[in-house]
Ligand binder design. Structure first.
Ligand SMILES: Nc1ncnc2c1ncn2[C@@H]1O[C@H](COP(=O)(O)OP(=O)(O)OP(=O)(O)O)[C@@H](O)[C@H]1O
Length: 291
């Protein structure tokens, strides 16, 4: 079984320093510092509205942070999405954003465009340079479809894929830009436990290919299994950061987010069983009182 890496990160891939994002009077992200090292999988967790997606948007140039800066491999990133992708950061979105009426292969090819050098005229004239580049792009796209287990579906329309495969396709498309860092925003949302487990394996495999990963997720089991380091945002501020063991044992995290300790916490079905038994007991008692 694959497990989180235990080696200490050597090179810093991503460095966010003092990132603050205000929307009018609301400070969605306040003075957040975060690094992701080469070979690392880092988790970003926090309650709804904590500022996680806003922070991702600041990293990827969708938002221009009110304050702070974001560097990738030592170079400060301009806050423009296409330049951020070109630099080496790719992302997926909380709500799937595929081209629904394009095929699986075409969706991945779209993700390749930042890495193809052929210009507009070459593309329009479909000259030899363009055809060669097109072939190389298709080969790379097929490699990624093999990697994500979607090769057999290459000609299916994206909208006809089951939900779990649509999420995989989003990841394949993000990988098509040959990133050094992949940002995943709730990659297992809406998945069943098997799909979640498969996603976990996929993320480990991505890390093993030398791509660092920063992942937002509400599924704590997934996060704590997967991540070398976890950072917790609460009301826009970083509450704590550390290994899974440290974070899941921190009382402030338990209070602010988890509600109950993660380790040994009862399953929902067990809670329902207890509630049903208590309700039956109460009904019996009420019946007894009536008699
Ligand atoms: N474009 C925007 N304009 C104004 N307020 C915004 C905007 N985007 C986010 N916010 C606000 O910023 C805060 C943080 O939202 P954000 O979506 O980043 O949280 P989150 O941690 O990703 O939540 P969730 O887990 O529910 O996705 C929220 O109060 C949200 O309403």
């Amino acid at each position: 079984m694959t497990t989180p890496t235990t080696t200490t990160a050597t090179t810093t891939v991503l460095e966010a320093t003092g990132v603050t994002m205000r929307f009018g009077g609301l400070t969605a992200v306040r003075d957040v510092n975060l690094t992701v090292g080469e070979g690392e999988i880092v988790g970003l967790i926090g309650p709804n509205g904590a500022g996680k997606t806003t922070f991702f948007n600041c990293l990827t140039g969708l938002y221009v942070p009110t304050e702070g800066k974001v560097s990738y491999k030592g170079t400060v990133l301009p806050p423009q999405p296409h330049l951020v992708t070109q630099a080496g950061i790719a992302r997926t979105f909380q709500n799937i954003r595929l081209f629904a009426n394009m095929t699986v292969l075409e969706n991945v090819l779209v993700g390749r465009h930042t890495r193809t050098k052929e210009g507009l005229w070459s593309a329009l004239l479909r000259g030899p340079g363009f055809k060669k580049a097109e072939k190389a792009s298709e080969e790379r796209a097929m490699e990624l479809l093999e990697f994500t287990g979607l090769a057999k579906k290459r000609d299916h329309l994206a909208r006809n894929l089951p939900y779990g495969e649509q999420r995989k396709l989003e990841i394949a498309r993000a990988l098509a830009s040959d990133p050094g860092l992949l940002l995943l925003d709730e990659p297992t949302a809406g998945m069943n436990p098997q799909e979640t487990r498969a996603t976990e394996e996929l993320v480990f495999a991505i890390r093993d290919q030398g791509i660092a990963v920063l992942v937002i997720e509400h599924d704590m089991r997934f996060i704590f299994n997967l991540c070398d380091r976890v950072s917790v945002l609460v009301q826009g501020e970083k509450l704590i950061e550390g290994t899974s063991d440290v974070v899941q044992g921190d009382e402030r995290v338990i209070a602010a987010y988890l509600g109950t300790p993660f380790e040994g916490a009862p399953e929902d079905s067990a809670i329902e069983e207890v509630q049903a038994a208590e309700a039956a007991e109460a009904a019996d008692a009420a019946e007894g009182n009536d008699q």
